[in-house]
Write a protein that binds this ligand. Structure first.
Ligand code: TA6
Length: 286
């Protein structure tokens, strides 16, 4: 493997598997590209800002310490912006752990004053990105270095690239309770496979550790979660994609679907001077 870093990005390039590499933008520690055999696996909007002026629209933005918009009922995180601050900060490159793994770090000292005062805890995040022949593994360690407990959500907000979202089937969700954010309702999934024919924004709770995504009848991705509780599935469809200034080309909602592994329906409570770890592996099956 080769690891190349400049001021803005780190790239891990596979030494044997041709044209297989991952690129991580230091802003947000956002994976912005993952190629297997030269084929891009992730969606990245062509209008996405990569200069640190706003969160990246695509790749794998990191959601921490809260998921979704601020809510009055959770006073600890009510002052934070939507999806928290992890995707809005410049992370430190901690270095290479082995020849295919790089670690990034974030603590309060890397946040703007506004963000650190909105969530005034002493914490550190260690984010590990590891490239395999056909898989990408991401792991997060959350350390509470404070004298009091804190609560957090964490989510790998993964924008998968697909040929045709109307031909996608996500398997493994049957029987799970989910929050339907489009209909503002809670239901139980009755179908063997989730198909996307309109806007979808759902939080599946207590999701199994393995899910698969088929594209046009072919197995395309396998997601394996480690110590994560929930899976979010999101496609904005035409109207919402049209309303997002950083979503381009507008028709590209047909070529993406977010399958997001995380801990979002509940907060993880982390006691003082303890740590928590969770992660996800995505395997490209074609
Ligand atoms: O993970 C799904 C979601 O929470 C949706 O509700 C949707 O709005 C999306 O994330 C994108 O959020 P963003 O803040 O990146 O525009």
């Amino acid at each position: 493997m080769t690891v190349l870093s400049d001021e803005s990005c780190t790239r891990i390039i596979h030494s044997i598997k041709k044209e297989t590499e991952v690129t991580i933008l230091h802003y947000g520690a956002t994976v912005i590209s993952w190629k297997v055999n030269g084929v891009e696996q992730l969606f990245l909007s062509s209008a996405s800002k990569l200069d640190g002026s706003r969160a990246v629209r695509g790749g794998i933005p990191l959601v921490f310490p809260r998921f979704g918009p601020p809510r009055e009922e959770h006073s600890e995180t009510v002052k934070l912006p939507q999806h928290g601050f992890a995707r809005l900060a410049f992370w430190e490159v901690l270095g290479q752990c082995d020849d295919h793994t790089v670690q990034f770090g974030l603590g309060p000292e890397y946040l703007t004053k506004d963000l650190s005062s909105a969530w005034p805890y002493n914490f550190s995040l260690i984010y590990t990105v590891s490239l395999g022949e056909t898989h990408l593994r991401v792991d997060m360690e959350v350390r509470n270095a404070d004298t009091k407990p804190f609560e957090f959500n964490l989510l790998f907000h993964t924008y998968c690239r697909v040929d045709d979202v109307t031909k996608v089937a996500i398997k493994g969700l049957k029987g799970l309770k989910y929050i339907d954010k489009v209909r503002d309702d809670t239901k139980v999934e009755s179908d063997d496979q989730l198909r996307v024919e309109t806007e979808v924004d759902r939080v599946y709770m207590s999701a199994p550790s393995t899910l698969t995504l088929e594209d046009n009848g072919q197995a395309r991705f396998r997601f394996c979660a480690n110590n994560m509780a929930d899976t979010v599935v999101w496609n904005p469809w035409s109207t919402k994609a049209g309303a997002m200034s950083d979503f381009e080309p507008k028709e590209a909602y047909k070529n993406m679907i977010c399958v997001e592994t995380g801990y979002v329906a509940q907060f993880v409570k982390l006691n003082a001077h303890t740590a928590w770890k969770g992660g996800m592996t995505i395997e490209a099956l074609q």
